[in-house]
Write a protein that binds this ligand. Structure first.
Ligand code: TRP
Length: 334
């Protein structure tokens, strides 16, 4: 039996190049080797978007389109919608007994998010407890591996704690998952077009996989480079220059990138010329994704059918796990 992989995204916006480098590329490889599930985490997205349910609902389709356009293959990967597997919510309720409020308040990722959003003491119980819900996502599937960014490490640790507690109390039912993390901090994190550390929708510095050519061009031409590189003849800085970070991430011609870096450092290579080259490279990445996306977008009903079939497959797994869980917890009355 193939090992089980679970990954997923909160559907709060279309996917960008940061997602592509950080997770999509990895999923394209993993789906050939493992029984991979890719979850549209709409329930988790609602924990901080409960006042905008239409935003989450709209983006379920948008992210599904991004998955398919990138080559997440429904014959190899099971794409499903979190909210349509109600067993996850049931399992979450049982797990909530196994976690203290103090433990949840210590989660560094949740703490950061709470600070960013200015929640303070008004944080909802749902938001504070989303790592518990995430533990249910992972365990209903008995996932062996969970490929995620470093910010998700606390969620994996929380899940492992819950699994151990559950198994000690009720019997060995659940599987301890293992996180798969990027090889380095730099890998799996792309800077924004403004040069800030991370490409992100909320910072408005993202290049989306669905951006049309003219939008892509506008964004590439506005990328933050070296602010002291004023004249073409001036020597320029390569470190911290987002154009070069993107070339490192997307240009397979490493010798060419090295040549450009040397030239830029020496002076004589202008930003516009450099950006035109990057535009070509990025169009080479996004172009095929964009056209595949348009093909799928022409038939949204078919896309939703793919996701529905995936969800049914995920629910079948949930039924098996929940039977074992209910029996172990002595709540299998009928
Ligand atoms: N928390 C993840 C994120 O913000 C999304 C997610 C929810 C997830 N449930 C998951 C990821 C289960 C992996 C496994 O990106």
């Amino acid at each position: 039996m193939k090992k089980i992989v679970l990954t997923g995204d909160r559907p709060t916006g279309p996917l960008h190049l940061g997602h592509f480098v950080g997770s999509i590329q990895n999923r394209l490889k993993l789906q050939n080797e493992f029984d991979q599930f890719v979850m549209l985490a709409d329930v988790q997205a609602l924990t901080d978007n409960f006042e905008n349910p239409e935003k989450v609902a709209d983006n379920v389709l948008q992210v599904a389109l991004d998955y398919l356009a990138c080559g997440i293959d429904p014959s190899k990967s099971t794409i499903f919608i979190q909210s349509q597997v109600p067993e996850i919510a049931e399992l979450t309720v049982f797990f909530l007994n196994l976690v203290s409020v103090a433990r949840l308040q210590r989660n560094p990722t949740v703490k950061d998010e709470m600070q960013q959003k200015g929640y303070g003491a008004q944080v909802t119980a749902g938001f504070l407890a989303y790592p518990v819900s995430q533990a249910a996502d992972i365990t209903f599937l008995k996932a062996d591996f969970v490929p995620v960014g470093f910010d998700q490490k606390p969620m994996i640790e929380q899940t492992v704690e819950i699994v151990r507690r559950f198994n000690r109390l009720y019997g060995e039912i659940l599987v301890e998952p293992e996180g798969i993390f990027p090889k380095s901090e730099a890998e799996g994190r792309l800077p924004g077009t403004d040069g800030s550390a991370k490409m992100s929708k909320s910072l408005g510095n993202a290049i989306y996989l669905r951006d049309p050519t003219d939008e892509l061009q506008k964004k590439v031409m506005s990328i933050f480079t070296d602010p002291n590189h004023l004249r073409v003849e001036d020597p320029g800085k390569v470190e911290g220059n987002a154009v070069f970070t993107y070339l490192d991430a997307f240009d397979h011609d490493k010798a060419k990138v090295q040549e450009l870096k040397d030239h830029y450092r020496r002076g004589g290579l202008g930003d516009v010329k450099l950006k035109r080259y990057l535009l070509e490279i990025l169009e080479g990445v996004i172009g095929p994704i964009r056209s595949q996306r348009e093909r799928f977008a022409a038939d949204p009903a078919e896309v939703m059918k793919i996701v529905q079939r995936g969800t049914e497959r995920a629910r079948a797994r949930a039924a098996v796990t929940m039977n074992e869980v209910r029996t172990a917890m002595k709540i299998n009355y009928f």
